[in-house]
Design a protein around this ligand. Structure first.
Ligand SMILES: O=C[C@H](O)COP(=O)(O)O
Length: 249
């Protein structure tokens, strides 16, 4: 049985007081769920989030990290720094990191490797752009993103990987992939992993969908057999909306 997960990526939103207030609201409204719920505030608010959630089942993830142990990397954050404040989940490969900060599959492979070595869980994001889908290249783009960043991992490492398929054309646009499009791609991802490794790894990895998930479309998307939850952007910034999405799983 795969773990169901709903994760909220807050991106560059919410100051410390707003972080604490949103988490207090969310904790009060958290529906009864077996899903793993994760929130991902900005780096500077991770410690405050951990404090706010001390008595909660809600987990905290970072939105990025560097691959190096430490050193002269101005502005960067290491795995050990995250672990030092008890943050052991990291989002890597988000399309905004790829598009605005030049993160490549090769760089992401290094980051994932570090996360695994440090005992962290990775929410690994990937997905095609609109032109890829229009030109019917979406499957090959996704396959190469997975292959380049993840397929050097050993089988054991996959226990620490959560996948998040996020078609770039659906992120923050209000345009969601249809539940059928999400299911088709998630099934393809599982098949690709089964070919590279084996069926049990493919069956066990949780694959989240991300891209304009809202309270009114969440249950249709989550009802698909290969969709194990969501990575939620905008709608995770409002406690009512995020709680409704969690309730839809
Ligand atoms: O990480 C989350 C995704 O970028 C989705 O964002 P969105 O729900 O605002 O479309």
């Amino acid at each position: 049985m795969r773990t169901k997960i709903v994760a909220g990526n807050w991106k560059m939103n919410k100051n410390m007081e707003e972080t604490e207030a949103l988490l207090a609201e969310l904790s009060a409204k958290l529906p009864d769920t077996k899903a793993q719920v994760i929130v991902s505030p900005t780096f500077v608010n991770l410690a405050a989030a951990k404090r706010s959630l001390q008595a909660s089942t809600i987990q905290v993830a970072a939105q990025n990290m560097h691959f190096a142990e430490s050193g002269a990397y101005t502005g960067e954050i290491s795995a050990d720094m995250l672990l030092n404040i008890d943050v052991d989940i990291v989002i890597l490969g988000h399309s905004e990191r790829r598009a605005y900060f030049g993160e490549t599959d090769e760089l992401l492979a290094k980051k994932v490797k570090t996360a695994i070595e440090k005992g962290m869980k990775t929410i690994f994001c990937f997905g095609e752009e609109l032109e890829d889908r229009k030109s019917d290249n979406h499957f090959s783009v996704v396959e190469s993103q997975l292959k380049n960043a993840l397929f050097d991992l050993d089988a054991e490492a996959w226990k620490s990987i959560i996948l998040a398929y996020e078609p770039v054309w659906a992120i923050g646009t209000g345009e969601t992939a249809s539940p059928e499009q999400a299911q088709e791609m998630h099934a393809f991802i599982r098949k690709t992993i089964a070919s590279a490794y084996d069926a049990s790894i493919a069956d066990e990895v949780s694959i989240l969908y991300g891209g304009s998930v809202k309270p009114d479309n969440a249950s249709d998307i989550f009802s698909k057999p290969d969709v194990d939850g969501g990575l939620i952007g905008g709608a995770s910034l409002k406690s009512d909306d995020f709680a409704a999405i969690i309730a839809a799983i």
